[in-house]
Write a new protein. Structure first.
Length: 144
């Protein structure tokens, strides 16, 4: 794997985890750590974290634990002079990014920032895609 690609993935994951940490702490300050949240029309609170860790994220305090999983999988950017396989670190960074993005989206929902409304063009974007919509789309999602 290219050191440039691995470095970019790791750097991106570090940025997302930092952003998730900041927005989560702000949301906890506003709503309290025991505030319960689940995405609309889903049986799981934060489905990505639950699917990959079997940890049920039900409150903002639980999101801290989920973010802890992301922090555990972060790695340092590869050394300039030491060339080695970077695949494991890059894949771990991808997991950290997924967890961080899910927490960021959840916090944006709690703060009323999702789904995004484009005032200029009058569009309202989907935000979180619920289980029902995904099941209805079914093969269309993979078939194009």
């Amino acid at each position: 794997m290219s050191k440039i690609i691995a470095s970019a993935a790791i750097r991106g994951a570090q940025t997302l985890v930092k952003e998730a940490d900041e927005i989560l702490e702000k949301t906890i300050a506003d709503k309290g750590k025991d505030f319960k949240f689940e995405f609309p029309d889903t049986a799981y609170f934060l489905p990505m974290i639950y699917a990959l860790t079997a940890f049920k994220v039900e409150t903002l305090e639980d999101m801290r634990v989920g973010l802890g999983y992301a922090k555990e999988t972060l790695h340092e950017i590869p050394d300039e002079k030491l060339w080695k396989p970077y695949l494991g670190e890059t894949l771990d960074s991808g997991m950290a990014s997924l967890f961080a993005e899910e927490i960021i989206l959840a916090c944006r929902y709690i703060q009323g920032l999702e789904p995004v409304k484009d005032e200029e063009y009058g569009f309202e974007y989907n935000g979180f895609i619920s289980d029902t919509i995904q099941r209805n789309l079914g093969i269309q999602l993979v078939d194009g």
